[in-house]
Ligand binder design. Structure first.
Ligand code: HEM
Length: 396
């Protein structure tokens, strides 16, 4: 019997696709599915099983392994560059992560807070001065994390149209393989030139410091490529999804305005229910492993249905409900184990500053289109919304 094709469309934006829920609720919670690439992969759907996989060295993150689960038939040509930390297994992963982790410490993040607040305020000022309705995605969700990661890395923000277009092509399932390869090449060439300039004339930014610390420019290139993409699309989509959710819940929005202590737990819940990097926790088995009574053979692709896992009723009470004060942090929206998201504290801080500032500065902010008629990104590797039309009243 052939394995059924994987379904990826969400009926409800904050719930897993129905098929993923069905898989999770079978006896083992594990089954085989056929990916759009034609590969047959094991699909894991329970929090316990995915966490077990993510802490088991018998599963590899090597995205260049031909058996790594993928959505397109041809492998995107990431052989263009050396593997970056997200693709490395131990023992290479540890030193590569150590070389950059100091850039994302809580102390470093706290140092960035005033500048991020300024960026958010300036973008809100510009939105308020512009026409109504405005598209929140273009006015705020995309430029804020984009500008933040540019300043952190030392990438000129004036080039944002160029790298945002390449980055969204790379993350789209609707773009052909050739289109994605072209985008990867162009972004690689752009960053290669930038890194050569920094090597010749050192700058005090993340990429500059990597070079002055003696890291190989080829490794710095792979890191820059990863951080530039991971650093803005993800957070941008969470800003849009989060604002829409809050605007749809006026009572909870009012509670948040009164008590900013509620923002961080709300962010955790939004991360859980949307699980935007739904398949990012996937792996390939490099030895035979038994999980949940199922034997996964060496070489088998394993797809993590992380959204289903983050709605697993054995891990979260009333898992299908959005409870902004739930306070549960054991979700896997940022992954788990050695590859857990390096930028998670930055992402949380950006989300916190955006939500707090928006609710404080524009109390009359509202959608001009019902949330269920917005265009959700069912065709992208990172879930999100294409446009969020909003309006507001003149200040009284
Ligand atoms: C890894 C999600 C924001 C940089 C990951 C992983 C997930 C994830 C699920 C694990 C991948 C795996 O196990 O293979 C998210 C989400 C974000 C976000 C949902 C926003 C809401 C960011 C930001 C940055 C970033 C802002 C950088 C500034 C990274 C890096 C890794 C990673 C470098 C790889 C870490 C490693 O392999 O050791 N992210 N991310 N992410 N993320 Fe994020």
């Amino acid at each position: 019997m052939t394995a059924p094709a994987l379904q990826t469309t969400r009926r409800c934006p904050y719930a897993p696709p129905d098929e993923h829920t069905r898989i999770r609720d079978t006896d083992s919670g594990i089954t085989q599915v056929t990916l759009p690439s034609g590969q047959v992969a094991w699909a894991l759907s329970r929090l316990e099983h995915i966490r077990a996989m993510l802490t088991d060295p018998r599963f590899s993150s090597d995205r260049q392994n031909p058996n790594f689960p993928r959505f397109t038939r041809e492998q995107p040509n990431f052989g263009l560059m050396r593997p970056s930390i997200i693709q490395l297994d131990p023992p290479e992963h540890g030193p590569a992560r150590k070389a950059v982790v100091g850039e994302f410490t809580v102390r470093r993040m706290a140092g960035l807070r005033p500048r991020i607040q300024q960026i958010v305020d300036e973008h809100i000022d510009a939105m308020l001065a512009g026409p109504r309705p405005a598209d929140l995605v273009q006015a705020l969700s995309l430029p804020v994390p984009s500008l933040v990661i540019c300043e952190q890395l030392g990438v000129p923000y004036r080039d944002h149209d160029f790298f945002q277009a390449r980055s969204s092509a790379l993350l789209s399932r609707a773009v052909t393989n050739e289109g994605r390869q072209q985008a990867a090449k162009e972004l690689r060439d752009y960053l290669k030139d930038l890194i050569a300039e920094k090597a010749a004339d050192p700058t005090d930014d993340l990429l500059g410091r990597q070079l002055t610390q003696g890291n190989d420019p080829e490794d710095v290139l792979s890191l820059a490529f990863l951080l530039l993409i991971a650093g803005h699309e993800t957070t941008a989509n969470m800003i849009s999804l989060g604002v829409v959710t809050l605007l749809e819940r006026p009572d909870e929005l009012a509670a948040l305005r009164k008590d900013p202590e509620r923002t961080l737990p709300a962010i955790e819940e939004l991360l859980r229910v949307y699980t935007i990097a739904e398949f990012a926790n996937s792996r390939v088995a490099v030895e035979d492993v038994e999980i949940g009574g199922v034997t996964i053979r060496a070489g088998d692709p394993v797809l993590a249905l992380s959204n289903a896992a983050n709605h697993d009723p054995s891990a979260f009470d009333e898992a299908e409900e959005i409870k902004l004060d739930r306070g549960a942090r054991h979700h896997i929206a940022f992954g788990f184990g050695i590859h857990q998201c390096l930028g998670q504290n930055l992402a949380r801080m950006e989300l916190q500053i955006v939500f707090d500032t928006l609710v404080r500065r524009i109390p009359t902010l509202r959608l001009t289109t019902p949330a269920d008629s917005l265009r959700y990104k069912d065709d992208a590797f990172i879930y999100g919304i294409h446009e969020v039309p909003v309006t507001w009243d003149d200040p009284a």
